[in-house]
Design a protein around this ligand. Structure first.
Ligand code: SF4
Ligand code: SF4
Length: 380
């Protein structure tokens, strides 16, 4: 039998291996002095944890907290409104990634904008903008760029191609965010409105894709300065169970370290070429607003000033709305993203708010905590 892609994953989804890890964790957890709360900061992990029912396999003194892992969920309405307004400009084609088109802003989602006549397209790779620009030479293509360190190099690669090919009709609205800054915010906020000192996070499950790009080095400060251990984990259920087992062992042995479970793809240094590409084109913003979490210092990226001719936020600044927008008053996405509440605690979970009619962002993307609970939590 030839090797197929699905066979490569089989071992990492094997029920017996998952159960064997559950047994080891249960035995080890008897030696824990206190309950441990583990926050995953990757939407892919949230999805795996819920899909494979991992919380039910763990002893009662080990709990998951679902953090701000999905780039769609953390996008504030103000930025979605920017995309909406840009999409309504007559000669603009607005391009973005996947689920972003379903997130409601204050005027509706990008999907709504499309039904009102604007040209909104979604792509799997930013480089698809090159083809769209080539086929529509009289239009302005604005790439509404979202995502963590994972997708930032792809946006940088698109800009690199635009400059090298001297393409005149591709522009960028940058909404890239970075992971260490939000992890720091969750345990050591400088914002007087956020009671981060009351957080319940004992350990972090480090994200998968992000760490492939940035390397595990970006988490060094957490065990060192904040006494929070980090284990970088792969996506599959066996990966997550192995990472949990590594976390429990650290607690039992009194260690607080940065470790990598996902050794088949993550190194300490990460992908240096991708990091160089990010450095070349992006600067840190002083502040970036995260939905439900507020303004987080140095957590967002923007184009460097020398690339301002490609920056849609500068070119269209006169038409982009600037006011602050409140979220729906019943939505507790903010508490969920801070690990202070679980989706079923929201009074409109599964009733007024469902994947087909999302009110908050955590219900939109399949990586969002509310959507994962709705699909796999067996709670409706
Ligand atoms: S992009 Fe990858 S690493 Fe980042 S949140 Fe999504 S699944 Fe996790
Ligand atoms: S169920 Fe909907 S309204 Fe409630 S927190 Fe989740 S996304 Fe927000």
């Amino acid at each position: 039998m030839g090797l197929e892609l699905k066979n490569l994953y089989d071992d990492f989804r094997d029920g017996n291996t998952i159960k064997a890890y559950a047994k080891i964790i249960k035995e080890d957890a008897k030696k824990l002095k206190n309950q441990i709360n583990i926050m995953e900061v990757c939407g892919g992990h949230t999805h795996t944890i819920m899909k494979y029912g991992l919380p039910q396999l763990l002893p009662s003194n080990i709990k998951f907290i679902h953090g701000p892992g999905c780039p769609v969920c953390i996008m504030p309405k103000e930025r979605i409104d920017h995309a909406y307004v840009l999409s309504m400009v007559e000669d603009v084609i607005l391009v973005t990634l996947g689920d972003m088109i379903k997130v409601p802003g204050s005027n509706g989602s990008l999907q709504d904008a499309r039904s009102r006549g604007s040209d909104v397209r979604f792509v799997y790779s930013p480089l698809e903008c090159l083809k769209i620009a080539n086929e529509n030479p009289t239009k302005k293509i604005i790439f509404f760029a979202i995502g963590f360190e994972t997708t930032t190099p792809m946006t940088a690669a698109l800009l690199d191609a635009v400059i090298k090919k001297d393409i005149k009709n591709i522009f960028f609205h940058i909404n890239h965010v970075t992971v260490p800054e939000v992890m720091r915010e969750l345990i050591d906020s400088r914002d007087e409105h956020v009671d981060s000192y009351n957080n319940k996070i004992d350990a972090f499950l480090g994200p998968s894709h992000v760490s492939v790009i940035s390397g595990s080095k970006i988490y060094e400060e957490f065990p060192r300065d904040y006494n929070r251990l980090v284990v970088v984990s792969g996506f599959e259920p066996v990966d997550v169970m192995q990472a949990i087992s590594m976390i429990v062992k650290q607690f039992i042995e009194g260690r607080c370290e940065l470790e990598i479970e996902y050794k088949r793809l993550v190194t300490y240094d990460g992908n240096l070429k991708a990091q160089e590409l990010i450095e070349r084109y992006f600067d840190k913003r002083d502040l970036f607003k995260w939905r439900g979490l507020g303004n987080i210092p140095k957590s967002g990226l923007k184009l460097k000033p020398e690339f301002k001719e490609y920056d849609a936020e500068i070119i269209y600044k006169d038409i982009l709305p600037i006011g602050e927008i409140e979220d729906h008053k019943l939505c507790i996405c903010g508490d969920i993203l801070r690990g202070m509440a679980n989706p079923p605690e929201c009074t409109i979970f599964g009733t007024a708010c469902k994947p087909t009619s999302p009110i908050g962002s955590c219900m939109v993307s399949s990586e969002g905590a509310c959507a994962a609970y709705y699909k796999y939590g067996n709670l409706r």
